[in-house]
Design a protein around this ligand. Structure first.
Ligand code: SF4
Length: 311
């Protein structure tokens, strides 16, 4: 069954926004890594990058409206030259800032000051760590990634991140390493906590467990291994109506590197723009209209609503 029909069956209406608490901003697809599970297919050769006039339009929206959180993503967001400016100004405007960091960027030339920058501005960090064993992480993200990630977390722990106080939050993100659904979040979080402490002496605040979305590089992999239709079936069979309230598109809007607006990061990758009655670019931002919008959904949305949900 198509996702929109499934939603209508449960909600008796299409999927609509239920708030606008966050602006999720993708500042570009350039990255120092090329992870297999990356849904935006980021990498060192990508040239899409947000320019200063778009950053200024975002800051303008944050200053004028009651949007409490800026969620910055990429690629490696730190590689955008206006990243420090965006973060610093958003903090001055009173926003809570979350950055999706790959952690390995801390060891690239010219980015060594990033952990201190995060500490200084009380930035919440969300970092991918697909497992607590080196072999699983390096298979998905490249050789040596696990070791660098652990070193980065040790650095962050040393500056007060991940101590559970809730002041400098460090969250880790798990993705399955193949075409299977994510396990129970609470159980896996306990396992991560125990194993990472015992093996590497590190700590973190929360573990977020996400299923892989059937888009980008992962979709290519599914097509190549002829497992796309069985994976899509698996997601549909695991549809959980209880996830609908928390779907991220219902609480945020996503801004692409060129200022285009989307319901979420996944729709951005698929170039599924917002409903045509909505503003299409950050310069035309209209809080009231966006708050009433209907989502542009597709079958990939089953990835967000399977099992315990993935947003
Ligand atoms: S893919 Fe995007 S639009 Fe679809 S349910 Fe997930 S967050 Fe919402």
């Amino acid at each position: 069954m198509e996702f929109n029909n499934k939603v209508s069956e449960v909600l008796k209406s299409p999927l609509t926004a239920s708030g606008l608490q966050s602006l999720q901003v993708n500042v570009g697809y350039i990255c120092n890594m090329s992870c297999k599970h990356c849904h935006v297919a980021a990498g060192p050769n990508r040239s899409e990058i947000m320019k200063k006039d778009t950053v200024d339009q975002i800051l303008d929206v944050l200053k004028k409206h009651d949007i409490r959180t800026l969620d910055v993503t990429g690629g490696a967001p730190e590689m955008n030259p206006y990243f420090p400016y965006l973060v610093t100004e958003a903090r001055k405007a009173g926003c809570h800032v979350i950055v999706r960091s790959n952690l390995t960027i801390f060891f690239e030339k010219g980015f060594e000051q990033i952990p201190e920058f995060y500490r200084e501005h009380d930035i919440e960090i969300s970092a991918s760590l697909p497992y607590y064993l080196a072999s699983s992480v390096d298979r998905v993200r490249g050789n040596g990634t696990f070791e660098k990630s652990i070193k980065a977390i040790q650095l962050l722990n040393g500056t007060g991140y991940g101590d559970g106080s809730g002041i400098r939050k460090l969250n880790l993100v798990y993705n399955p390493s193949g075409a299977f659904l994510a396990p129970d979040q609470k159980r896996l979080e306990e396992e991560y906590r125990r194993e990472l402490k015992a093996r590497h002496g590190i700590s973190f605040d929360h573990l977020f467990v996400f299923s892989n979305m059937p888009i980008g590089r992962f979709r290519n992999h599914l097509e190549k291994t002829r497992t796309l239709s069985s994976y899509l079936e698996k997601l549909e069979q695991a549809f959980n109506p209880a996830t609908l309230d928390g779907l991220m598109c219902r609480h945020l809007i996503n801004v692409g590197w060129d200022g285009a607006l989307y319901d979420c990061d996944f729709n951005q990758v698929l170039a599924l723009h917002m409903h045509e009655s909505c503003p299409q670019h950050i310069r035309d931002f209209d809080f009231v209209r966006l708050l009433k919008r209907e989502m542009h959904v597709g079958d990939h949305c089953y990835g967000c609503a399977a099992g315990q949900g993935s947003t």
